[in-house]
Ligand binder design. Structure first.
Ligand code: THU
Length: 128
């Protein structure tokens, strides 16, 4: 599975270029790897009514789930800006819906990235 991670990182960088972010100018791309080995990508989509903006992670997750790929093993997230951008709490909780735990790559370039587990970024999740 390690081999797929290089591709996942590349796909997240490619997805970032599809960001629709005229208000913040902050581009984010995400690539979700499913347990079946499929990759689904997404980018952040902003709206003049700011609060209904959708994060890249949830766009990628929604694309996977709406095609019945409901189990994730990893996600790569690429953002513009010099610092690594950590996924927002809403996205972390959303990703938990589709895994027990998963690998999360924060990506600046193909060579510059950090690796976490979702459980490190959100140790306490909401459960019903
Ligand atoms: N954004 C994401 O795409 N993912 C996150 O986890 C946090 C923030 C987007 C939303 C908005 O378009 C821009 O980054 C600035 O907040």
């Amino acid at each position: 599975m390690k081999i797929a991670y290089g591709k996942l990182i590349k796909e997240s960088l490619k997805a970032r270029s599809s960001s629709y972010s005229p208000y913040s100018k902050f581009k984010v791309g995400a690539a979700v790897l499913t347990s079946g080995g499929r990759i689904f990508t997404g980018a952040n989509i902003e709206c003049a009514s700011y609060s209904i903006t959708i994060c890249a992670e949830r766009v990628a997750a929604a694309k996977a789930v709406s095609e019945k790929h409901r189990k994730f093993s990893a996600i790569a997230i690429s953002s513009s800006g010099r610092e690594f951008a950590y996924p927002c709490g809403a996205c972390l909780q959303f990703l938990y819906e589709f895994c027990d735990d998963m690998t999360v790559f924060l990506v600046k370039s193909e060579k510059i990235f950090e690796e976490y587990k979702l459980s490190q970024l959100l140790p306490k999740q909401f459960h019903l």
